[in-house]
Design a protein around this ligand. Structure first.
Ligand code: NI
Length: 169
């Protein structure tokens, strides 16, 4: 495994639409393993292919689903891999929160996301799966799916605050 460079604000890669993964091979496995290491190192929650310069429809998220409440900081890290993901359904009910992105460090954008989503994707071996998610994971699935279409928090946020600023009202 190896750390990969995380593409930063201003790089046109972040605005491009990614192509589907067509080969579920060792190269994909290496990419996913590297992305996990990179995400853990950056202390993030999700990471998409284009953020490491790979223009393919793939992202990962932290998986906290089986961790008892309050133990998120000490439990071993688990991940969910999404290859060629598709959001199938989403709730009408929206939740508005500030969210960040590893490609825009220090910036937090206020974005309304569906409270609940149902998505379909493939794992690294090409097996399809479906997942229903709420809370942070639902937000992450939406955020990372947007990355695959060249859409970032800079396009979606109605308001920003910087990490070193007091939140404005
Ligand atoms: Ni992001």
């Amino acid at each position: 495994m190896a750390l990969r460079y995380i593409v930063q604000d201003g790089d046109p890669i972040l605005k491009k639409v990614c192509r589907p993964v067509t080969k579920f091979d060792d190269r994909l496995a290496t990419l996913l393993d590297d992305m996990k290491e990179t995400l853990a190192d950056a202390n993030g929650y999700g990471l998409a292919g284009p953020q490491v310069g790979v223009m393919r429809r793939v992202f990962i998220s932290i998986d906290e689903r089986d961790i008892p409440e309050g133990q998120e900081d000490t439990a071993p890290l688990k991940f969910i891999e999404f290859v060629n993901p598709e959001i199938l359904e989403e709730s009408d009910e929206m939740v508005t929160l500030y969210e960040g992105c590893l490609s825009f460090p220090g910036r937090n954008g206020e974005i309304a996301r569906p409270k609940w989503v149902k998505a379909r994707a493939f794992d690294r071996y090409g097996n399809p799966f479906e997942i229903e998610a709420e809370g942070m994971l639902a937000r992450c699935i939406c955020h990372e799916s947007n990355h695959l279409d060249g859409i970032t928090i800079m396009d979606l946020a109605t308001h920003f605050y910087e990490d070193d600023e007091e939140e404005e009202n």
